[in-house]
Design a binder for this molecule. Structure first.
Ligand SMILES: *Cc1c(COP(=O)(O)O)cnc(C)c1O
Length: 375
């Protein structure tokens, strides 16, 4: 938290608007929409809720299929099942760790030949980096399949100068505690269509028809964001750019001090985008590095430093075992060799240096021997 959130939260508290609506929610939506350059933003209880409502807005129905990247957090695929649809997965590229546009085209081609196109595609912007939207959008337009952008991990990133979250028919964000800015829990759905924004707000507040009594002609949800949390969100939005700078500085720091280690590679930066480096991720090839990803993770853990394997792909998850996958080996390789390094916005240089020292120690190439190349 910066100094703004406490002030805004106390103002919201003192105003007595303690509800899942209120002036802070309205203001947060307006400021958020303006920040990323989209017409409408709808503040919700979570990023998962934003995905769920997006699928409803796009008319995804029971029995439909929805294509998504296999290398993602489970929330992306879970939301598909909430509307009774079935997820099908597409592999990622080694260059971006995001959905492979070529495989997406092949998959849609195969779907078209079978006579059943998916009802939607959900592209995911992994670890702060936008998917490759130019070819993805061209393919989706060609097959007239709408796109949802799951930008939960990429608030503040750009692709060809445009903000993450603005490439699909809807975009979704998360303010969960681990994301680049947080309201402790929360989400945002963005869209340029005012009828969809209105419908999302309607569905998120139990689908109350206009009447003095409680009248319902549709199933609704309790998905609105609390006015108190929106106040925190407004404060966080003011420091988003600073947070992006801090996360990118983590990445640069690690890269400069670990980039010379054989067998250790950083998640590639796609040339068309500017990632936030929400998490700094590396892959470790044991043959060259001299130890496995797990050796590094456990060495850090012994020093009470948490790191995590990269997301386990959805097509390898027991719960999605029956779902179709196109490709899948790239995501599996990244999972097996990938590690997310400590990446908090408030890490000190000393803390990051401890991580560097432990990783170098595991590699058998401790720093200080003059071999730590400085870029
Ligand atoms: C965090 C995350 C979500 C879910 O957001 P919540 O606010 O936790 O519901 C969805 N997709 C991805 C890729 C995420 O990382």
């Amino acid at each position: 938290m910066s100094e703004h959130e406490r002030q805004l939260l106390l103002e919201a508290f003192d105003s007595n608007w303690i509800a899942p609506l209120g002036p802070q929610v309205d203001a947060f939506e307006q400021e958020f929409a303006a920040h990323i350059g989209v017409r409408h933003a709808v503040a919700l209880a979570s990023g998962t809720a934003a995905l769920h409502l997006s699928l409803i807005l796009l008319g995804v129905r029971p029995g439909d299929e929805v294509l998504t990247s296999t290398l993602t957090f489970s929330a992306t695929a879970n939301a598909v099942t909430y509307v009774g649809a079935l997820p099908a997965f597409v592999d990622v590229t080694r260059e971006s760790w995001n959905m492979d546009p070529q495989l997406l085209a092949e998959e849609l081609e195969a779907c078209a030949r079978r006579g059943k196109l998916p009802a939607a595609v959900i592209a995911v912007d992994l670890y702060g980096q936008c998917a490759d939207y130019e070819p993805i959008l061209e393919t989706c337009r060609g097959f007239e399949v709408p796109l949802i952008e799951d930008a939960a991990e990429a608030l503040g990133a750009t692709y060809q100068g445009r903000a993450a979250g603005t490439f699909g028919a809807t975009g979704t964000f998360s303010f969960n505690g681990n994301k680049i800015i947080t309201t402790s829990g929360g989400g945002m759905l963005v869209t340029d269509r005012s009828d969809w924004a209105q419908k999302a707000r309607f569905l998120a507040t139990q689908a109350r028809d206009p009447a003095p009594h409680y009248e319902h002609s549709q199933i609704g949800y309790n998905y609105r964001m609390s006015n108190l949390l929106a106040a925190i969100g407004r404060g966080q939005l003011r420091v988003l750019d600073a947070r992006v700078d801090q996360r990118r500085a983590n990445y640069r720091f690690y890269r400069e001090r670990l980039g010379d280690l054989p067998g250790l590679s950083f998640m590639p930066e796609h040339p068309a985008g500017r990632p936030t480096c929400w998490l700094t991720c590396v892959t470790i090839e044991p043959g060259e590095f001299g130890a496995t990803r797990e050796d590094v993770r456990l060495a850090l853990e012994r020093e009470n430093i948490e790191s995590r394997p990269v997301w386990k792909p959805m097509h390898l998850q027991p719960v999605f075992a029956g779902c179709r996958i196109r490709g899948g080996d790239v995501a599996r390789d990244i999972f097996e060799s990938g590690l997310c390094l400590p990446s908090g916005s408030n890490l000190t240089e000393r803390q990051r240096m401890r991580v560097v020292e432990i990783v170098r120690h595991v590699a058998g190439r401790p720093a200080g021997g003059g071999d730590a190349r400085r870029e």
